[in-house]
Design a protein around this ligand. Structure first.
Ligand code: G6P
Length: 612
């Protein structure tokens, strides 16, 4: 989703801004632009598509200036064409914006009546004109910005630059994140600390309702009444790494291959392998430990792949800890006015920690007085900072838009939490805990084993390429995994894919089965394997082509002549969702590669969805 960069610097900033925008590419975007101020002139270059188009434009037509703002745009209002790309200009004002100005129609009507003409279909342009109007009415640039920001409703992060001041950027935040970077004689602004990593690791995060005046020698943060507010400066960890693909063709496959290591790191954070027990990490002074024994309900809210990690854990928490779980997609949860139990725990799962709907769900639960817990990959994120208890995934930066290693790390945390809950609630005795911990500790080894199936899966993927529709089936924890498989495939290859609980097939989807419909069945040999075999037989009897992901015993007992098999090693049940994620990721990846789609940045998708 849109990325913002700003620099009040002492050297030409346009190339620096483009480099910083590259570090935000992972968020997803469809056009980009940069504006600078040089000798009193605001000027900009914008281009549709990837940043390379903007770079080409800047090469032929460079921008001078030691102060500038830049943007990668993920289209909401108006098509992804150059005229809608940011920065947007009004008289002596340039603006970049992430989010949605919900009252832009009424503001545009008002500004048009005041004689302002609009050159884009965006909601953002009203901000530029509002600020220009304030300045025309005699306000200072800062006051004009404050007044404009106070009139906006909706979610926004924005940066404003002024033709009248070469030492000033105003930033404002209400929703999407904004980080201010402190340099030596230079100041920076970015959607996250990763964008600013080449310049500084000293970061101040704006909170909702904050706006800031940023000059070369420092910055000041205010609330909307103009009172100064203090926000702590932090040292950003880990972001200085320039994440690259190494020897891999795409970030996604690199991240798939990182899984044995990051799953191991993450598990080691929650499990004491020497003592053979779950040992939830020590919390900071400001965090609150969770007493699972006193809970009567667990409410999990998330979006996309993180939601499917949560869905998987419902089976674990209910079975291992006898703790009832409600699981919701955040966009539905936030408006449903759900009655919350006084003894409940609200858990939010998010790779980025910035997803707008998940954050809104958290705010709802906060207002309901819930204990708020979060599983996040970005420790400095808003969701992490807003929660009482934080459980980090140690996946490292995830760049591929389609989540892989963050998902298996979320599952690793959730499995550990479910065992901890089972122990605390008296449903898992010491002997069983020891066994479960030993089983969890095997996950990195099995993940490594399964990566060796890549070539086989790559060949299988060729038979999926160019299909119109694909069905995924699974039971128990393999049902959410089937949903994750279908999600991965459709987002990467643009093939329509749907997942069903295998037992639900006969209630409708079976009507779709014919020779043209591949059906991917995820079925390790478990307690209910026989039931899934029956469902596969129903598919086979109607000519459906089956791809069965199972283990040696499942392959032998399925008796499915003509089915394609991906044979996984036999493994303990608790780690199957983690390890079976790998073949479904590789299947989607290789189908997409074969079809030639943009694997790391699929069309229309954003990594961090900061609008609702
Ligand atoms: C987007 C991403 C998905 C991700 C979802 C939730 O849709 O493309 O990969 O699962 O957002 O993101 P979060 O950062 O909250 O996990």
């Amino acid at each position: 989703m849109c990325g913002i960069v700003g620099i009040v610097g002492t050297r030409p900033v346009a190339p620096l801004i483009v480099d910083a925008l590259k570090r935000l590419e992972y968020r997803g975007y469809d056009s980009a632009g940069v504006a600078t101020l040089s000798e009193g002139n605001l000027d900009r270059r914008r281009a549709e598509g990837k940043l390379v188009n903007l770079e080409n434009r800047l090469e032929f037509d460079p921008l001078a200036g030691n102060i500038g703002i830049g943007h990668t745009r993920w289209a909401t209002h108006g098509a992804p064409v150059e005229v809608n790309a940011h920065p947007h200009f009004s008289t002596k004002v340039a603006v970049v914006h992430n989010g949605i100005v919900e009252n832009f129609r009424e503001l545009r009507t008002e500004l048009q009546a005041d004689g302002f003409t609009f050159s884009s279909q965006t909601d953002t342009e009203v901000i530029a004109h509002l600020v220009a109007k304030g300045m025309k009415d005699g306000l200072s640039p800062e006051k004009a910005a404050q007044s404009a920001i106070s009139r906006l409703t909706g979610a926004f992060a924005l940066a404003i630059m002024f033709g009248t001041d070469s030492n000033l950027i105003v930033a404002g935040r209400n929703g999407p994140p904004l980080a201010i970077g402190h340099g030596a004689g230079e100041m920076y602004l970015g959607s996250d600390a990763v964008a600013l990593a080449p310049f500084t690791n000293r970061i101040t995060y704006l909170e909702d309702g904050d706006w800031a005046v940023i000059r070369r020698d420092g910055m000041q943060i205010f609330d909307l009444d103009g009172n100064t507010v203090e926000r702590a400066q932090q040292t950003s960890v880990g972001s200085a790494l320039m994440v690259d693909k190494g020897n891999h063709r795409h970030f996604m496959i690199k991240e798939i291959y990182e899984q044995p290591e990051v799953i191991g790191h993450t598990l080691a954070h929650y499990v004491d392998f020497n003592e053979q027990k779950v040992a939830l990490h020590e919390m900071s002074e400001t965090e609150q430990p969770i007493d699972f024994a006193s809970l009567d309900r667990l409410n999990i809210t998330a979006c996309g792949t993180a939601y499917l990690a949560g869905y998987t854990s419902k089976y674990w928490f209910e079975r291992l800890a006898r703790l009832p779980v409600d699981i919701d997609v955040a966009s539905e949860f936030r408006y449903r006015e759900v009655p919350m139990s006084k003894s409940g725990l609200s858990l939010f799962i998010s790779q980025s920690g910035e997803t707008a709907d998940t954050l809104a769900g958290l705010k709802y639960c906060e207002a309901e007085g819930q204990h708020l817990a979060a599983i996040v990959n970005v420790r400095e994120s808003t969701i992490a900072r807003s929660s009482h208890s934080v459980f980090p995934t140690l996946a490292g930066p995830e760049i591929g838009v389609a989540s892989t290693k963050a998902f298996t790390c979320q599952l690793s945390v959730l499995a550990s939490l479910a065992v901890a809950a089972g122990v605390q609630r008296g449903h898992i005795d010491r002997e069983r805990e020891t066994k479960l911990v030993a089983e969890l500790s095997e996950a990195p080894r099995y993940a490594n084993e399964v990566l060796k199936l890549e070539e086989e899966i790559r060949q299988l993927a060729h038979s999926l390429a160019n299909k119109q529709h694909i069905l995924y089936l699974g039971r128990d924890t393999n049902y959410p995994l089937a949903m994750e498989g279908a999600l991965k495939l459709k987002e990467l290859s643009y093939i329509h894919a749907e997942a069903y609980a295998a037992g639900e097939l006969k209630h409708g989807p079976i009507a779709l089965i014919d020779e043209e419909m591949p059906v991917v069945v995820i079925a390790p040999h478990d307690r209910i394997f026989e039931k899934t075999v029956s469902n596969m037989q129903e598919v086979a009897a109607r000519g459906g082509k089956i791809i069965l992901i199972t283990d040696p015993r499942g392959a032998e007992e399925a008796g499915m002549d003509g089915a394609e098999l991906i044979v996984m090693p036999s493994m303990p049940e608790i780690i199957t969702p983690i390890i079976y994620s790998l073949p479904i990721q590789m299947l989607a990846y290789h189908t997409a590669v074969h079809m030639g789609t943009d694997v790391d940045q699929p069309r229309n998708l954003a990594k961090s969805v900061t609008v609702e």
